[in-house]
Design a protein around this ligand. Structure first.
Ligand code: GSH
Length: 285
């Protein structure tokens, strides 16, 4: 249900809920890059707490903008630190948007790339949506000149890493939970990249964190924190996290393997406070 139209910035407020003294909001807007309506969520800290910075969160397969909001429990720490958290959807949506019956392709599985292949390319332009269109909205409506960090889970961890590597100018730090770090070498990534980008290895490499890092001639110095559950059911089958340790030109990375944790949001909620504290260090500088 639409609560109000905020016509001067093109955002429509869908819902607004008090949370830890701040406000959890949900907006829709007409997206040029996704060629349709897009929805995203924003947590705003209490008005009495000075805004410290923004964390952009990217979720994983099957998620929309609500999974992190309702499961990660990030609002308490965000309210204390004065962090705005922005959570976009993971793909374009709608009856007219190409889709697939599988959970790991189509709606809910945009993989944060700009598709070049029909029928996907009409709407699946998630890299541009996140790093240009939503970034413009964050800067013009929410951040008030404060700095921005990026984080994500699984497919969203891949999205956070490639955003930090390809649109570095926007971000002060990047973190990820159980990220797909080498999508061109794992089943989830190979399926999505071949569908959205065709069988073009150069195009795949442009959206693969390990391949992007290996192609760099200088060290990548942006601070990176990665948490990986040792009991993650996808750790080996989807080559999560481990391949990034073989990349030599990372000078500021902390990769942590956590005993007993699986791939779920129980893992995210267990360490999200540490990730927000990590980002707060760099947002402050
Ligand atoms: N077993 C899952 C595989 C997908 C999955 O684990 N998705 C993760 C991200 S890769 C997730 O966050 N799911 C939504 C949730 O747990 O709320 C399913 O079929 O839905």
């Amino acid at each position: 249900m639409l609560i109000s139209d905020v016509s001067n910035n093109g955002l429509s407020l869908l819902s607004e809920t008090r949370c830890f003294g701040g406000t959890q909001k949900r907006f829709s807007h007409q997206s040029d890059s996704l060629n349709g309506e897009a929805v995203f969520s924003v947590f705003l800290p209490p008005e009495s707490t000075p805004v410290f910075g923004v964390v952009l969160w990217l979720s994983g397969l099957t998620c929309n903008d609500q999974n992190f909001v309702t499961k990660a429990g990030a609002q308490r720490t965000a309210a204390e630190l004065g962090l705005i958290i922005v959570c976009p959807d993971t793909s374009p949506r709608g009856d007219e948007v190409a889709n697939d019956d599988a959970y790991d392709l189509g709606q809910g599985a945009g993989f944060y790339v700009d598709s070049t292949q029909a029928p996907w390319k009409t709407h699946y332009q998630m890299f541009t949506y996140i790093n240009v269109e939503l970034m413009d909205i964050i800067k013009s409506v929410f951040s008030k000149g404060k700095k921005i960090a990026i984080s994500g889970h699984s497919m969203g961890g891949h999205g956070a890493l490639i955003s930090a590597l390809k649109a570095t100018e926007h971000y002060v730090s990047v973190s990820a939970f159980s990220p797909i770090v080498n999508p061109s070498k794992c089943p989830w990534g190979q399926k999505a990249l071949s569908t959205y980008l065709g069988n073009n290895s150069a195009a795949w490499q442009a959206y693969d964190a390990c391949e992007l890092l290996n192609a760099m001639t200088e060290d990548f110095t942006l601070p990176i924190l990665i948490d990986q559950g040792k009991d993650d059911e996808f750790l080996d089958s989807q080559c999560l996290t481990t391949p990034i340790e073989a990349v030599s030109n990372l000078s500021n990375v902390d990769v942590r393997y956590q005993d007993g944790y699986d791939h779920s949001y129980y893992f995210v909620t267990s360490f999200i406070e540490e990730h927000l504290q990590f980002h707060a260090k760099y947002l402050a500088q």
